[in-house]
Design a protein around this ligand. Structure first.
Ligand code: BF8
Length: 616
């Protein structure tokens, strides 16, 4: 079985019968995958190459320029971090741009939904908040925009980290100066003949990733909350069973809430609902996929049809009129698969076009109108659906999401103290942040689910984002009743506050919420983040964004387990630095463990050791 989800396996079989190729088939065709690539020792950085290093110690031991395996591995990793940080941060930039347009009245449909949060963030930026909210928002947007190209000083949100953490960063010279600056500098350093010291490249990798976690991602989260509202606990449904046989099924897939929020509005438009009925459907049924799905789930309770490996099989249901996409994690294969059905793949971003897709470009200044046109297009597709090809082999599962830091504090009665007290008393042994993607190298969702279950059984509160949170939701772990599966201590806390043992904190940029939460706990205890009984994991990661995330999580002092092997094994030095030496530098390190139960054990042992360190 390729997936933990029964319906996915059924749809994989349907695809096979229809001669449609999916990610699992393409992975098979790639096998055996390139050994040099897997080890990170092929270099395509200049045209003297491509070069590769013999991993067995024989010749060639160096690239044409003289780069060793250490330099090549570090450069490749550095570029992965830069690409991941760029993706998150460019998403953040788009949100800032939308906030600016909204504050100027140039983006109909968008408005400031959380004025209280606007004031809190504006005050951090030393902006006078005793003014009209749009004036405050305008100054905030302009101030935050400067963070991207800033050349001097340090990014604003980094000041939220505990003092001890900032001292470490300062001592190592890795305080991020500007969001774009660190990314550009990484591209410069990894050009042929610039930074030729593997450790120096990795150090800048830490800095680049920090400009993502405490910069671009945090900007995306905080400003999205201002624009669209700070999430509160919300009930919803998940899995491909959220698709309806008798409705126009529209899936929004990608990452940015700017588009998906407008599609949510358009899907509720009475004229469009009437049009759907005129076309023979009972209504419009919107669901989300991947992180844009998480964005509208968190704030609007829109059902989630799936995570990364659900995207292709969603088309195989034959019941999807349109998949509307913006940026990131959208497989280029979708347009090819869609040809076998009536499904339209509608691309919307000038940054992300797909051969074979229908391109309906989205611009915030006309967001509402464009969203309506897109939804109308999907509706007009409904009569083309071939009912004989429809198969929705599942019933949706109930879930709760919406656990922003603010919502967690509220659920705990207005302060973090009950959580801290529960940790001190040992009812909750610690906190685990389990995040990241799907990867067809791993049985779909299995590592996420097994690791999460093992952690909660051991009284560890699990915070999740991205595709992991969707995986946990599908097996019913995101409801308060799931506390029955937790250890007695965690169960008692969940019952007292009516929360699930696994909290959905949002999309991948919302891992910044986890940084805020652990900083608040560290500050309350007067310690560094690295002193806390906290661990991270990315059990099925695959994207460059995940590489940036893992790096800023360890740079922030959190031990992190990777469940798929990063392409670094070609350099013993780099491996040693990441899995050993980093501890002495930043108080945290990576571990690689493909078995999710053993990975959870590593996290549990780490949490126990940290509790001991705190005298708990
Ligand atoms: O940003 S977890 S597969 S959807 S990269 Fe992509 Fe990975 Fe999913 Fe969201 Ni994150």
């Amino acid at each position: 079985m390729k997936s933990m989800e029964k319906s996915v396996n059924i749809l994989i079989e349907k695809a096979e019968n229809e001669g449609i190729e999916l990610a699992w088939d393409r992975l098979k065709k790639q096998e055996p995958q390139c050994g040099f690539g897997l080890l990170g020792i092929c270099c395509r950085i200049c045209n003297m190459g491509p070069c590769r290093i013999n991993p067995f110690g024989d010749e060639p031991k160096k690239g044409v320029c003289g780069a060793t395996a250490d330099v090549i591995v570090a450069r490749n990793l550095g570029r992965m971090i830069a690409a991941g940080a760029a993706a998150h941060s460019d998403h953040g930039r788009d949100i800032v741009h939308t906030l600016l347009l909204a504050s100027q009245g140039k983006a109909r449909g968008y408005e400031i939904k959380d004025e209280a949060k606007l004031k809190v963030i504006a005050a951090e930026f030393k902006i006078d908040t005793n003014r009209d909210k749009n004036d405050v928002a305008k100054d905030l947007a302009k101030g935050v925009m400067q963070e991207f190209g800033m050349e001097k000083g340090e990014i604003q949100f980094i000041k939220r980290a505990p003092a001890k953490r900032r001292e470490i960063w300062e001592k190592l010279g890795i305080l991020p100066r500007g969001i774009d600056r660190e990314i550009v500098e990484m591209m410069h350093r990894t050009h042929i003949g610039v930074d030729n010291d593997y450790a120096n490249i990795i150090l800048h990798g830490l800095r680049t990733s920090l400009s993502d976690g405490w910069g671009g991602s945090m900007v995306a989260t905080e400003l999205s909350d201002i624009l669209f509202g700070t999430p509160k606990p919300v009930k919803s449904k998940v899995n491909l069973g959220v698709l309806k046989e008798d409705a126009v099924n529209i899936i929004v897939h990608g990452h940015e809430p700017t588009l998906s929020e407008m599609i949510v509005l358009a899907s509720k438009d009475p004229d469009l609902i009437a049009l759907a009925k005129k076309n023979g459907a009972k209504g419009i049924n919107l669901s989300g996929m991947c992180c844009t799905g998480n964005e509208i789930l968190m704030r609007k309770g829109v059902p989630v049809s799936g995570n990364f490996l659900n995207q292709e099989v969603a088309i195989i249901t034959g019941a999807v009129e349109a998949i509307i996409v913006d940026v990131q994690c959208i497989m280029p294969s979708l347009t090819e698969i869609a040809k076998c059905y009536h499904t339209d793949i509608i691309s919307t971003s000038p940054k992300a076009k797909f051969t074979g897709a229908l391109h309906m470009e989205f611009h915030e200044d006309k967001g509402e109108d464009i969203a309506k046109k897109i939804v109308k297009k999907a509706i007009e597709n409904f009569p083309k659906r071939n009912k004989e090809k429809v198969l929705i082999p599942d019933k949706p599962v109930e879930m709760y999401a919406g656990f922003s830091v603010e919502a967690i504090v509220e659920a705990l009665g207005g302060k973090l103290d009950p959580l801290i007290d529960a940790i001190k008393a040992g009812k909750i042994k610690g906190i685990a942040a389990v995040v990241g993607c799907n990867n067809p190298k791993v049985k779909h969702d299995q590592s996420h689910v097994e690791m999460t279950k093992k952690l909660i059984e051991n009284d560890i509160l699990v915070l999740e984002t991205g595709c992991v949170a969707i995986a946990a939701a599908k097996v019913g772990l995101l409801v308060p009743e799931a506390s029955e599966k937790a250890g007695n201590g965690l169960k008692s806390v969940c019952k007292a506050f009516g929360i699930p043992p696994v909290l959905h904190m949002g999309s991948c940029v919302d891992i910044s919420r986890i940084l805020v939460a652990v900083s608040a706990i560290a500050n309350a205890l007067g310690v560094d983040i690295s002193d806390l009984p906290v661990a991270g994991a990315a059990p099925e990661w695959m994207s460059e964004k995940a590489v940036s995330i893992g790096t800023y999580v360890i740079a922030s002092g959190v031990f992190t387990v990777l469940g798929t092997v990063p392409p670094v094994l070609g350099s013993a030095e780099v491996v040693d630095l990441l899995t050993n030496g980093a501890e002495g530098l930043i108080g945290a390190k990576f571990a690689v463990e493909v078995d999710p139960i053993k990975g959870a054990d590593l996290m549990i042992d780490h949490i126990k050791a940290k509790r001991k360190g705190l005298g708990l």
